[in-house]
Write a protein that binds this ligand. Structure first.
Ligand SMILES: NC(=O)c1ccc[n+]([C@@H]2O[C@H](COP(=O)([O-])OP(=O)(O)OC[C@H]3O[C@@H](n4cnc5c(N)ncnc54)[C@H](OP(=O)(O)O)[C@@H]3O)[C@@H](O)[C@H]2O)c1
Length: 178
């Protein structure tokens, strides 16, 4: 889906390595962005320009009454029906990561839902390509996107770096300095 200015985008799991980029890229395309994170990450989301922030420790999506053109499931374990409910007509849900059940529901039920209704459900398997990397380079050079870096590890500390990353609570990116 091409994000257009004014589109409403929700990013669930917005404070990690993927989410912190996704928020800023969606903002750079002119979207109105809602980020979902825990209490300790609210300030980070504010600093990268999220228009609205939902603290998942205080509010679940189950009774959420806003509707979105695009929902990115980056982390967490919401059901597909929860995500589908908050999509606008012709809205898209894209699974990026998170729980296994979220992945399997998307893979097995997504194609059926997408064929039979106006809402589209898909899973992202990102392959880097030159155009996207050039677009990202420009966003970085113009400071429209600023990497949020949690911790830096030396190459010799790569095991510790992966152990830290696998805890699943990084605030932005974990960097290995070569
Ligand atoms: N499809 C693809 O091509 C692709 C590419 C890259 C990554 N991925 C997948 O995308 C997912 C995210 O990657 P990542 O690098 O962003 O991971 P990450 O940096 O490890 O994500 C950590 C962040 O997620 C937040 N988080 C943890 N549990 C959460 C929950 N239940 N609800 C909302 N936020 C939660 C954490 O904050 P709190 O602990 O404070 O909540 C933390 O800020 C992973 O599952 C990864 O495998 C997919």
């Amino acid at each position: 889906m091409n994000i257009k200015s004014g589109h409403k985008v929700l990013i669930y799991g917005a404070s990690g390595g993927v989410g912190s980029f996704a928020v800023q890229i969606a903002k750079a395309f002119g979207a109105e962005v809602t980020g979902v994170c825990s209490t300790r990450n609210v300030e980070i989301l504010r600093s990268i320009g999220a228009d609205h922030i939902i603290d998942y420790t205080k509010e679940s999506l189950t009774h959420h009454q806003e509707y979105y053109d695009l929902v990115l499931g980056v982390n967490g374990s919401n059901s597909l029906s929860t995500y589908k409910r908050i999509l606008k007509i012709n809205g898209n849900f894209v699974h990026v990561g998170g729980s296994e059940s979220q992945l399997y529901q998307t893979l097995f039920l997504g194609p059926f839902i997408s064929m039979t209704g106006s809402k589209k459900i898909s899973s992202l398997l990102q392959k880097a390509n030159q155009k996207d990397l050039n677009d990202l380079k420009e966003l970085l050079e113009t400071s429209k996107v600023k990497p949020i870096i949690d911790k830096r590890f030396k190459l010799g500390e790569i095991t510790e770096a992966f152990e830290y990353f696998q805890e699943g609570h990084a605030q932005g990116k974990v960097v290995i300095t070569i």
